[in-house]
Ligand binder design. Structure first.
Ligand SMILES: *Cc1c(COP(=O)(O)O)cnc(C)c1O
Length: 376
């Protein structure tokens, strides 16, 4: 059996080596290292893939979130509601811009931001909601957009973990996660569902005026050469990273299907087990692209299971072990433990198993058998 890895970028690369090499060589031969044709090509291809009017490439997913918030003109003191159970980047940029982060609880069934909790947290100072499509599963955007509209709030989607996922509305129409809010942000960090070979990110919007503003902000606030109309940043997607992404974007749907296949196999093995709550696998809606395959281990020794798997050479991880509201940097006297029952429970129960595009049946069987062996 091939050695099991949490993310197997090497095996994936081996299969696409030639196209990636040709694509990168083109950048080297033309010396178009910054904002070269590869970047423009990727921007256009991603706009088509996502069905969104504007993609603004940038340096990483954290910048993408920050620039999105700058583009919306959010001001110090404005309150921005986001999920307590996510990677720190989401709340970090809110705090960096001197906006006021308001962390709220998530829902147990999909681990995404709770609508009820958002509703309770809205004040006259609230300006935006940042839903995170956590672990690859699309949040309930239809309901979030309706709530935002009612209260006149911006919605900034953190789509770092769910590129390619579909959000299905009640009338049956599908839209890609990240393209439904006023603005969306994603990351091309190597281990993400669409990863480059370094850092990369992008911002999405269907709003022409906002797209124009964002394109200036990523480039030192310049709309005309050496005219700086606003305070901007330097945040660019390298041409070499764009070349990698041009080679990989045509494979994204196949990559996401491979993740969904692995998830289906895992979940079949765990079905009905008294100690395991596996992520819901839905039929054809593609609302979950399994950036992570995350179990809840209930009434059993989750940490013991983790050690058992590691001893057997199976990497696994706890995403995330500490709620953001309990982190030193983001703790606030406004928060009360009773307001975060779900996050507080999830951090005790979650366990993410190896998930990537190269998992084979033999590896999955070994992993599921090892989990079941410990839980009996
Ligand atoms: C990875 C990630 C980010 C940040 O992306 P970087 O490209 O690493 O800056 C933001 N939010 C979430 C939920 C992420 O998983």
């Amino acid at each position: 059996m091939k050695k099991i890895q949490m993310v197997d970028l090497k095996s994936q690369y081996d299969k696409i080596k030639e196209t990636v090499t040709v694509s990168i060589q083109e950048v080297l031969d033309t010396n178009a290292y910054i904002n070269g044709p590869e970047v423009h090509k990727f921007q256009k291809s991603l706009e088509t893939y996502l069905g969104v009017k504007h993609v603004i490439p940038c340096a990483n997913g954290t910048d993408a979130l920050q620039i999105a918030m700058m583009g919306l003109g959010l001001q110090p003191g404005d309150e921005v509601i986001t999920a307590d159970f996510t990677f720190a980047a989401t709340v970090e940029v809110i705090a960096l811009l001197q906006l006021t982060p308001v962390l709220v609880d998530v829902e147990m069934h999909n681990m995404n931001i709770s609508l009820e909790a958002i509703q309770k947290a809205i004040t006259p100072k609230t300006k935006a909601i940042v839903p995170v499509h956590l672990f690859g599963r699309a949040a309930n955007m239809e309901a979030i957009m309706a709530l935002a509209k009612k209260h006149n709030l911006y919605v900034i989607e953190d789509n770092a973990q769910a590129i390619g996922a579909n959000c299905k509305s009640t009338d049956g129409t599908k839209q890609k996660a990240g393209t439904i809010g006023h603005v969306g942000a994603t990351s091309f960090f190597p281990s993400k569902n669409l990863g480059c070979y370094g850092d990369g990110g992008a911002i999405f919007t269907n709003d022409d005026a906002l797209a124009h503003t964002l394109r200036g902000i990523v480039n030192h606030g310049m709309y005309e050469r050496y005219h700086h109309d606003v305070v901007g940043v330097n945040s660019r997607l390298d041409s070499i990273q764009a070349a990698v992404l041009n080679a990989k974007l045509p494979l994204l749907d196949a990559y996401n299907s491979a993740r969904q296949d692995a998830a289906r196999k895992y979940s079949m093995a765990f079905e009905g087990h008294k100690n395991i709550i596996a992520p819901q696998i839905c039929g054809d809606c593609d609302c979950h692209v399994f950036h992570q395959y995350t179990l809840r281990i209930i009434d059993a020794d989750r940490n013991g299971l983790m050690q058992h798997l590691i001893n057997k050479g199976i990497p696994c991880a706890i995403y995330y072990p500490i709620p953001l509201h309990s982190q030193k940097a983001y703790a606030d006297s406004r928060y009360h433990e009773k307001d975060f029952p779900v996050t507080n429970q999830l951090v005790q129960e979650v366990l993410s198993l190896p998930m990537h595009t190269e998992l084979d049946g033999e590896q999955i069987q070994f992993i599921t058998e090892s989990v079941l062996e410990f839980l009996k």
